[in-house]
Write a protein that binds this ligand. Structure first.
Ligand code: CTP
Length: 413
Protein backbone atom coordinates (compact mmCIF):
# COMPACT_ATOMS: atom_id res chain seq x y z
CA UNK A 1 0.00 0.00 0.00
CA UNK A 2 1.25 3.52 -0.81
CA UNK A 3 0.99 5.59 2.33
CA UNK A 4 1.51 9.32 2.62
CA UNK A 5 2.45 10.18 6.18
CA UNK A 6 1.74 13.85 6.85
CA UNK A 7 3.47 15.22 9.93
CA UNK A 8 2.28 18.42 11.58
CA UNK A 9 4.41 20.81 13.58
CA UNK A 10 3.88 19.61 17.12
CA UNK A 11 6.17 18.09 19.69
CA UNK A 12 4.50 14.70 19.08
CA UNK A 13 6.13 14.69 15.62
CA UNK A 14 8.79 12.41 17.11
CA UNK A 15 6.13 9.71 17.62
CA UNK A 16 5.37 9.83 13.89
CA UNK A 17 8.86 8.42 13.30
CA UNK A 18 7.82 5.21 15.11
CA UNK A 19 4.57 5.21 13.14
CA UNK A 20 6.52 5.44 9.89
CA UNK A 21 8.59 2.47 11.07
CA UNK A 22 5.45 0.40 11.74
CA UNK A 23 4.26 1.00 8.18
CA UNK A 24 7.58 0.23 6.48
CA UNK A 25 8.16 -2.88 8.59
CA UNK A 26 4.74 -4.15 7.55
CA UNK A 27 5.89 -3.78 3.92
CA UNK A 28 4.15 -0.52 3.01
CA UNK A 29 5.66 2.17 0.84
CA UNK A 30 5.71 5.40 2.85
CA UNK A 31 6.30 8.95 1.69
CA UNK A 32 6.79 11.31 4.61
CA UNK A 33 5.41 14.81 4.05
CA UNK A 34 6.22 16.95 7.07
CA UNK A 35 5.12 20.55 7.24
CA UNK A 36 7.83 23.20 7.57
CA UNK A 37 6.90 23.52 11.26
CA UNK A 38 7.29 19.74 11.74
CA UNK A 39 10.90 20.03 10.58
CA UNK A 40 11.54 22.37 13.51
CA UNK A 41 10.86 19.35 15.76
CA UNK A 42 12.25 16.42 13.73
CA UNK A 43 14.64 17.12 10.85
CA UNK A 44 14.50 15.98 7.24
CA UNK A 45 17.29 13.45 7.75
CA UNK A 46 15.15 11.35 10.10
CA UNK A 47 12.24 11.15 7.66
CA UNK A 48 14.51 10.46 4.69
CA UNK A 49 16.44 7.75 6.49
CA UNK A 50 13.33 6.00 7.81
CA UNK A 51 11.34 6.18 4.55
CA UNK A 52 14.30 5.75 2.17
CA UNK A 53 12.96 8.62 0.07
CA UNK A 54 13.64 12.31 -0.40
CA UNK A 55 11.50 14.54 1.77
CA UNK A 56 9.82 17.69 0.50
CA UNK A 57 7.53 20.17 2.14
CA UNK A 58 6.78 22.66 -0.61
CA UNK A 59 5.06 22.47 -3.99
CA UNK A 60 8.07 24.26 -5.48
CA UNK A 61 10.41 21.29 -4.98
CA UNK A 62 10.63 18.45 -7.51
CA UNK A 63 8.29 20.49 -9.70
CA UNK A 64 9.18 18.42 -12.78
CA UNK A 65 7.41 15.41 -11.20
CA UNK A 66 4.25 17.46 -10.50
CA UNK A 67 4.65 16.15 -6.99
CA UNK A 68 1.76 18.12 -5.47
CA UNK A 69 -0.69 16.36 -7.79
CA UNK A 70 0.96 12.96 -7.91
CA UNK A 71 1.30 12.39 -4.16
CA UNK A 72 -2.39 12.65 -3.34
CA UNK A 73 -3.44 10.90 -6.53
CA UNK A 74 -1.30 7.86 -6.07
CA UNK A 75 -1.79 7.40 -2.33
CA UNK A 76 -3.84 4.46 -1.07
CA UNK A 77 -3.99 6.01 2.38
CA UNK A 78 -3.04 9.33 3.96
CA UNK A 79 -2.28 9.45 7.66
CA UNK A 80 -1.66 12.79 9.36
CA UNK A 81 0.01 12.51 12.74
CA UNK A 82 0.21 14.70 14.65
CA UNK A 83 -2.57 16.84 13.18
CA UNK A 84 -2.09 20.19 14.89
CA UNK A 85 -4.91 22.71 15.41
CA UNK A 86 -3.47 24.77 12.54
CA UNK A 87 -3.24 21.80 10.19
CA UNK A 88 -6.83 20.77 10.97
CA UNK A 89 -7.93 24.34 10.25
CA UNK A 90 -6.06 24.45 6.95
CA UNK A 91 -7.43 21.07 5.89
CA UNK A 92 -11.00 22.01 6.89
CA UNK A 93 -10.65 25.34 5.05
CA UNK A 94 -9.42 23.61 1.88
CA UNK A 95 -6.11 25.50 1.90
CA UNK A 96 -3.28 24.43 -0.38
CA UNK A 97 -0.34 26.37 0.98
CA UNK A 98 2.17 23.54 1.30
CA UNK A 99 2.80 20.09 -0.13
CA UNK A 100 0.78 18.24 2.51
CA UNK A 101 -2.39 20.34 2.13
CA UNK A 102 -2.10 19.97 -1.67
CA UNK A 103 -1.89 16.19 -1.27
CA UNK A 104 -4.95 16.26 1.01
CA UNK A 105 -6.96 18.21 -1.56
CA UNK A 106 -5.92 15.86 -4.37
CA UNK A 107 -6.55 12.66 -2.41
CA UNK A 108 -9.51 10.39 -3.06
CA UNK A 109 -8.22 7.65 -0.75
CA UNK A 110 -9.13 7.24 2.94
CA UNK A 111 -7.61 9.92 5.17
CA UNK A 112 -6.93 9.45 8.87
CA UNK A 113 -5.95 12.34 11.11
CA UNK A 114 -4.62 11.96 14.63
CA UNK A 115 -4.85 15.32 16.42
CA UNK A 116 -2.44 16.37 19.13
CA UNK A 117 -2.47 19.71 20.93
CA UNK A 118 -3.14 21.30 24.28
CA UNK A 119 -6.54 20.56 25.79
CA UNK A 120 -7.71 24.16 25.46
CA UNK A 121 -6.90 24.15 21.74
CA UNK A 122 -8.65 20.82 21.22
CA UNK A 123 -11.76 22.01 23.05
CA UNK A 124 -11.83 25.40 21.33
CA UNK A 125 -15.02 25.77 19.26
CA UNK A 126 -12.90 26.63 16.19
CA UNK A 127 -11.02 23.31 16.40
CA UNK A 128 -14.19 21.36 17.18
CA UNK A 129 -15.93 22.95 14.19
CA UNK A 130 -12.97 22.06 11.94
CA UNK A 131 -13.03 18.46 13.18
CA UNK A 132 -16.79 18.27 12.58
CA UNK A 133 -16.30 19.63 9.04
CA UNK A 134 -13.58 17.10 8.26
CA UNK A 135 -15.59 14.21 9.71
CA UNK A 136 -18.66 15.24 7.73
CA UNK A 137 -16.49 15.00 4.61
CA UNK A 138 -15.51 11.45 5.46
CA UNK A 139 -12.09 12.14 6.99
CA UNK A 140 -11.49 9.81 9.90
CA UNK A 141 -10.39 12.07 12.77
CA UNK A 142 -9.30 10.14 15.85
CA UNK A 143 -10.02 11.56 19.27
CA UNK A 144 -6.78 12.53 21.01
CA UNK A 145 -5.67 10.41 23.94
CA UNK A 146 -5.81 11.69 27.48
CA UNK A 147 -2.81 12.24 29.71
CA UNK A 148 0.30 14.30 30.30
CA UNK A 149 0.85 17.02 27.70
CA UNK A 150 4.02 18.91 26.84
CA UNK A 151 4.14 21.16 29.86
CA UNK A 152 2.82 20.45 33.33
CA UNK A 153 -0.71 20.23 31.99
CA UNK A 154 -2.64 17.06 31.30
CA UNK A 155 -5.97 16.27 29.64
CA UNK A 156 -7.21 15.23 26.23
CA UNK A 157 -4.74 16.28 23.56
CA UNK A 158 -2.01 13.62 23.52
CA UNK A 159 -1.22 11.92 20.25
CA UNK A 160 -2.50 8.33 20.51
CA UNK A 161 0.32 5.77 20.62
CA UNK A 162 1.79 4.88 17.18
CA UNK A 163 0.40 1.30 17.48
CA UNK A 164 -3.13 2.69 18.01
CA UNK A 165 -2.86 5.00 14.98
CA UNK A 166 -1.35 2.18 12.90
CA UNK A 167 -4.22 -0.20 13.77
CA UNK A 168 -6.86 2.48 13.07
CA UNK A 169 -5.19 3.30 9.74
CA UNK A 170 -5.13 -0.32 8.60
CA UNK A 171 -8.77 -0.78 9.63
CA UNK A 172 -9.72 2.36 7.69
CA UNK A 173 -7.81 1.26 4.59
CA UNK A 174 -9.56 -2.12 4.71
CA UNK A 175 -13.03 -0.51 4.59
CA UNK A 176 -14.90 -0.23 1.32
CA UNK A 177 -14.74 3.31 -0.05
CA UNK A 178 -16.53 5.37 -2.65
CA UNK A 179 -14.86 7.31 -5.45
CA UNK A 180 -14.94 10.58 -3.59
CA UNK A 181 -12.90 9.19 -0.73
CA UNK A 182 -15.77 8.98 1.75
CA UNK A 183 -16.62 5.64 3.30
CA UNK A 184 -19.53 3.90 1.71
CA UNK A 185 -22.45 3.82 4.17
CA UNK A 186 -24.37 1.40 1.93
CA UNK A 187 -21.95 -1.33 2.84
CA UNK A 188 -21.59 -0.73 6.59
CA UNK A 189 -22.93 -3.19 9.17
CA UNK A 190 -25.92 -0.91 9.88
CA UNK A 191 -26.69 -0.12 6.24
CA UNK A 192 -30.40 0.50 5.76
CA UNK A 193 -31.08 0.54 9.54
CA UNK A 194 -32.68 3.40 11.43
CA UNK A 195 -31.11 4.17 14.79
CA UNK A 196 -32.81 6.46 17.30
CA UNK A 197 -30.61 7.47 20.20
CA UNK A 198 -30.65 9.85 23.12
CA UNK A 199 -27.58 11.57 24.53
CA UNK A 200 -26.53 14.23 27.01
CA UNK A 201 -27.89 15.22 30.40
CA UNK A 202 -31.43 16.35 31.05
CA UNK A 203 -32.10 19.59 32.87
CA UNK A 204 -35.16 19.96 35.09
CA UNK A 205 -36.14 23.59 35.67
CA UNK A 206 -36.58 24.75 39.26
CA UNK A 207 -37.27 28.40 38.48
CA UNK A 208 -36.35 30.71 35.58
CA UNK A 209 -32.65 30.68 36.50
CA UNK A 210 -31.99 27.27 38.07
CA UNK A 211 -32.21 23.67 37.08
CA UNK A 212 -31.43 20.17 38.34
CA UNK A 213 -28.82 18.71 36.03
CA UNK A 214 -26.03 16.18 35.93
CA UNK A 215 -22.41 15.85 34.82
CA UNK A 216 -23.01 14.08 31.51
CA UNK A 217 -21.13 15.73 28.61
CA UNK A 218 -22.91 13.71 25.93
CA UNK A 219 -19.55 12.76 24.37
CA UNK A 220 -20.21 9.03 24.46
CA UNK A 221 -23.66 9.48 22.93
CA UNK A 222 -22.34 11.74 20.18
CA UNK A 223 -19.55 9.21 19.47
CA UNK A 224 -22.27 6.55 19.18
CA UNK A 225 -24.27 8.68 16.76
CA UNK A 226 -21.14 9.12 14.66
CA UNK A 227 -20.27 5.40 14.78
CA UNK A 228 -23.84 4.42 13.82
CA UNK A 229 -23.76 6.92 10.95
CA UNK A 230 -20.39 5.61 9.77
CA UNK A 231 -21.78 2.08 9.94
CA UNK A 232 -24.41 3.13 7.42
CA UNK A 233 -27.43 3.79 9.67
CA UNK A 234 -29.73 6.75 9.28
CA UNK A 235 -29.48 8.33 12.70
CA UNK A 236 -31.81 10.48 14.77
CA UNK A 237 -30.29 11.97 17.89
CA UNK A 238 -32.52 13.21 20.70
CA UNK A 239 -30.10 15.58 22.35
CA UNK A 240 -30.42 16.78 25.93
CA UNK A 241 -27.64 19.11 27.14
CA UNK A 242 -24.44 18.36 25.17
CA UNK A 243 -20.94 19.77 25.57
CA UNK A 244 -19.94 18.65 22.08
CA UNK A 245 -21.42 19.17 18.64
CA UNK A 246 -23.36 16.30 17.09
CA UNK A 247 -22.00 15.02 13.78
CA UNK A 248 -23.22 16.67 10.57
CA UNK A 249 -25.65 14.75 8.42
CA UNK A 250 -27.89 13.29 11.13
CA UNK A 251 -31.29 14.46 12.40
CA UNK A 252 -30.98 16.21 15.77
CA UNK A 253 -33.93 16.94 18.06
CA UNK A 254 -33.06 19.21 20.98
CA UNK A 255 -34.79 18.63 24.31
CA UNK A 256 -34.23 19.81 27.82
CA UNK A 257 -36.22 17.78 30.34
CA UNK A 258 -36.81 14.06 30.88
CA UNK A 259 -40.46 14.46 29.84
CA UNK A 260 -39.48 16.20 26.59
CA UNK A 261 -36.92 13.47 25.96
CA UNK A 262 -39.50 10.75 26.59
CA UNK A 263 -42.01 12.38 24.25
CA UNK A 264 -39.43 12.73 21.47
CA UNK A 265 -38.29 9.11 21.84
CA UNK A 266 -41.77 7.63 22.03
CA UNK A 267 -42.97 9.58 19.01
CA UNK A 268 -40.13 8.33 16.83
CA UNK A 269 -39.50 4.87 18.30
CA UNK A 270 -42.01 2.94 16.16
CA UNK A 271 -40.08 3.64 12.95
CA UNK A 272 -36.62 2.77 14.36
CA UNK A 273 -34.78 -0.55 14.13
CA UNK A 274 -32.66 0.18 17.18
CA UNK A 275 -33.06 2.44 20.19
CA UNK A 276 -30.10 3.54 22.29
CA UNK A 277 -30.67 5.31 25.59
CA UNK A 278 -27.31 6.87 26.36
CA UNK A 279 -28.79 10.04 27.86
CA UNK A 280 -28.29 10.70 31.55
CA UNK A 281 -31.92 11.17 32.55
CA UNK A 282 -32.83 12.83 35.84
CA UNK A 283 -34.78 10.37 37.95
CA UNK A 284 -36.56 13.21 39.76
CA UNK A 285 -37.83 16.64 38.79
CA UNK A 286 -39.15 19.55 40.84
CA UNK A 287 -42.88 19.05 41.35
CA UNK A 288 -43.53 22.68 40.43
CA UNK A 289 -41.61 25.03 38.22
CA UNK A 290 -41.66 28.38 39.98
CA UNK A 291 -42.65 31.21 37.65
CA UNK A 292 -40.27 33.63 39.37
CA UNK A 293 -36.89 33.20 41.03
CA UNK A 294 -37.05 31.51 44.43
CA UNK A 295 -35.85 34.04 47.03
CA UNK A 296 -34.19 33.20 50.33
CA UNK A 297 -36.62 35.18 52.46
CA UNK A 298 -36.57 34.63 56.23
CA UNK A 299 -40.01 33.09 56.11
CA UNK A 300 -39.12 30.74 53.17
CA UNK A 301 -39.23 27.01 53.92
CA UNK A 302 -35.83 25.38 54.62
CA UNK A 303 -36.37 22.95 51.78
CA UNK A 304 -38.36 24.79 49.11
CA UNK A 305 -38.08 22.19 46.33
CA UNK A 306 -40.39 19.20 46.29
CA UNK A 307 -39.32 16.44 43.91
CA UNK A 308 -41.41 13.89 41.98
CA UNK A 309 -40.28 10.80 40.04
CA UNK A 310 -39.62 11.02 36.33
CA UNK A 311 -40.76 8.14 34.14
CA UNK A 312 -38.20 5.44 33.37
CA UNK A 313 -37.98 6.05 29.62
CA UNK A 314 -35.90 2.98 28.81
CA UNK A 315 -38.34 0.69 30.61
CA UNK A 316 -41.27 2.40 28.85
CA UNK A 317 -39.64 1.94 25.44
CA UNK A 318 -39.18 -1.77 26.17
CA UNK A 319 -42.83 -2.10 27.27
CA UNK A 320 -44.08 -0.32 24.15
CA UNK A 321 -41.88 -2.44 21.88
CA UNK A 322 -43.11 -5.64 23.55
CA UNK A 323 -46.75 -4.53 23.38
CA UNK A 324 -46.38 -3.84 19.65
CA UNK A 325 -44.64 -7.20 19.13
CA UNK A 326 -41.72 -5.29 17.57
CA UNK A 327 -38.29 -6.69 16.82
CA UNK A 328 -36.39 -3.56 17.74
CA UNK A 329 -33.09 -3.92 19.53
CA UNK A 330 -32.94 -1.71 22.61
CA UNK A 331 -29.66 -0.67 24.21
CA UNK A 332 -29.44 0.84 27.68
CA UNK A 333 -26.58 2.39 29.58
CA UNK A 334 -25.82 1.98 33.24
CA UNK A 335 -23.63 4.26 35.25
CA UNK A 336 -22.66 2.38 38.40
CA UNK A 337 -20.30 2.99 41.26
CA UNK A 338 -20.52 -0.33 43.14
CA UNK A 339 -20.75 -0.38 46.93
CA UNK A 340 -20.54 -2.78 49.88
CA UNK A 341 -23.67 -4.61 48.65
CA UNK A 342 -22.58 -5.49 45.09
CA UNK A 343 -19.95 -4.69 42.49
CA UNK A 344 -20.48 -2.73 39.28
CA UNK A 345 -21.21 -5.78 37.11
CA UNK A 346 -23.65 -7.30 39.60
CA UNK A 347 -25.61 -4.07 39.59
CA UNK A 348 -25.37 -4.04 35.78
CA UNK A 349 -26.80 -7.55 35.43
CA UNK A 350 -29.67 -6.72 37.78
CA UNK A 351 -30.40 -3.56 35.79
CA UNK A 352 -30.37 -5.44 32.47
CA UNK A 353 -32.94 -7.84 33.90
CA UNK A 354 -35.07 -5.05 35.36
CA UNK A 355 -35.11 -2.87 32.26
CA UNK A 356 -35.66 -5.72 29.78
CA UNK A 357 -33.41 -4.30 27.05
CA UNK A 358 -31.23 -6.51 24.81
CA UNK A 359 -27.88 -4.86 25.58
CA UNK A 360 -26.66 -2.86 28.53
CA UNK A 361 -23.45 -0.85 28.39
CA UNK A 362 -22.16 -0.65 31.93
CA UNK A 363 -19.54 1.79 33.08
CA UNK A 364 -18.05 2.58 36.41
CA UNK A 365 -18.43 6.22 37.35
CA UNK A 366 -17.28 8.48 40.13
CA UNK A 367 -16.33 12.10 40.40
CA UNK A 368 -12.96 11.49 38.69
CA UNK A 369 -14.18 8.92 36.16
CA UNK A 370 -15.86 9.05 32.77
CA UNK A 371 -17.84 12.31 32.87
CA UNK A 372 -16.43 14.78 30.37
CA UNK A 373 -13.34 12.66 29.69
CA UNK A 374 -12.41 11.39 26.25
CA UNK A 375 -11.58 7.86 27.42
CA UNK A 376 -14.03 5.28 28.64
CA UNK A 377 -14.02 1.73 29.89
CA UNK A 378 -17.23 -0.28 29.66
CA UNK A 379 -18.64 -3.79 29.76
CA UNK A 380 -21.35 -4.73 27.29
CA UNK A 381 -23.85 -7.13 28.83
CA UNK A 382 -26.35 -9.01 26.65
CA UNK A 383 -29.77 -10.40 27.56
CA UNK A 384 -28.96 -13.61 25.67
CA UNK A 385 -26.39 -14.42 28.34
CA UNK A 386 -23.39 -14.30 25.99
CA UNK A 387 -19.98 -13.48 27.40
CA UNK A 388 -19.67 -9.88 28.66
CA UNK A 389 -17.44 -7.82 26.38
CA UNK A 390 -14.97 -5.43 28.00
CA UNK A 391 -13.93 -2.42 25.96
CA UNK A 392 -11.48 0.27 27.03
CA UNK A 393 -10.30 3.14 24.88
CA UNK A 394 -11.46 6.43 23.46
CA UNK A 395 -15.20 7.09 23.42
CA UNK A 396 -15.04 6.56 19.63
CA UNK A 397 -13.53 3.11 20.17
CA UNK A 398 -16.19 2.25 22.75
CA UNK A 399 -18.89 3.53 20.38
CA UNK A 400 -17.49 1.37 17.58
CA UNK A 401 -17.65 -1.73 19.78
CA UNK A 402 -21.24 -0.98 20.86
CA UNK A 403 -22.30 -0.43 17.24
CA UNK A 404 -20.66 -3.69 16.13
CA UNK A 405 -22.44 -5.58 18.93
CA UNK A 406 -25.72 -3.89 18.02
CA UNK A 407 -25.27 -4.81 14.34
CA UNK A 408 -24.74 -8.47 15.33
CA UNK A 409 -27.88 -8.38 17.46
CA UNK A 410 -29.92 -6.87 14.62
CA UNK A 411 -28.58 -9.36 12.11
CA UNK A 412 -29.59 -12.25 14.39
CA UNK A 413 -33.26 -11.14 14.52
N1 CTP B 1 -32.99 5.98 32.04
C1 CTP B 1 -34.24 6.29 31.54
N2 CTP B 1 -35.11 7.02 32.27
C2 CTP B 1 -34.79 7.42 33.51
C3 CTP B 1 -33.53 7.10 34.05
C4 CTP B 1 -32.64 6.38 33.29
O1 CTP B 1 -34.53 5.90 30.41
N3 CTP B 1 -35.67 8.13 34.20
C5 CTP B 1 -32.08 5.16 31.24
C6 CTP B 1 -30.72 5.75 30.97
O2 CTP B 1 -30.70 6.46 29.76
C7 CTP B 1 -29.85 4.50 30.89
C8 CTP B 1 -30.51 3.55 31.85
O3 CTP B 1 -31.85 4.00 31.98
O4 CTP B 1 -29.90 3.91 29.61
C9 CTP B 1 -29.86 3.42 33.20
O5 CTP B 1 -29.87 4.59 33.88
P1 CTP B 1 -29.34 4.72 35.41
O6 CTP B 1 -29.60 6.10 35.86
O7 CTP B 1 -27.95 4.24 35.51
O8 CTP B 1 -30.25 3.69 36.13
P2 CTP B 1 -31.55 3.84 36.96
O9 CTP B 1 -32.65 3.21 36.23
O10 CTP B 1 -31.75 5.25 37.36
O11 CTP B 1 -31.25 2.93 38.22
P3 CTP B 1 -30.49 3.29 39.60
O12 CTP B 1 -30.86 4.69 39.96
O13 CTP B 1 -31.04 2.27 40.51
O14 CTP B 1 -29.03 3.11 39.34
Amino acid sequence: MRVVLGVGGGIAAYKAASLLRLFTEAGHDVTAVPTEAALAFVGKATWEALSGKPVRTSVFEAVETVNHVRLGHEADLIVVAPATADLLARAAGGHADDLLTNALLMARCPVLMAPAMHTEMWRHPATQANVATLRARGVHVLDPAEGRLTGRDSGPGRLPEPEVIFAAALALAARPSTDDGARSPEEGPLAGRRVLLSAGGTREPIDPVRFLGNRSSGKQGVALARAAQEAGASVTLVAAHLEVEPPAGIEVIRVETAIELRDAMIERAPSADALIMSAAVADFRPAHRQASKIKKRDDAPDSPIELVRNPDILAELVLLRNAAGGRQVIVGFAAETGDDGADVLEYGRAKLERKGCELLVVNEVGTDRVFGLDENSVTILAKDGSEPEHVAGSKDEVAGAVVRRLARELAAR
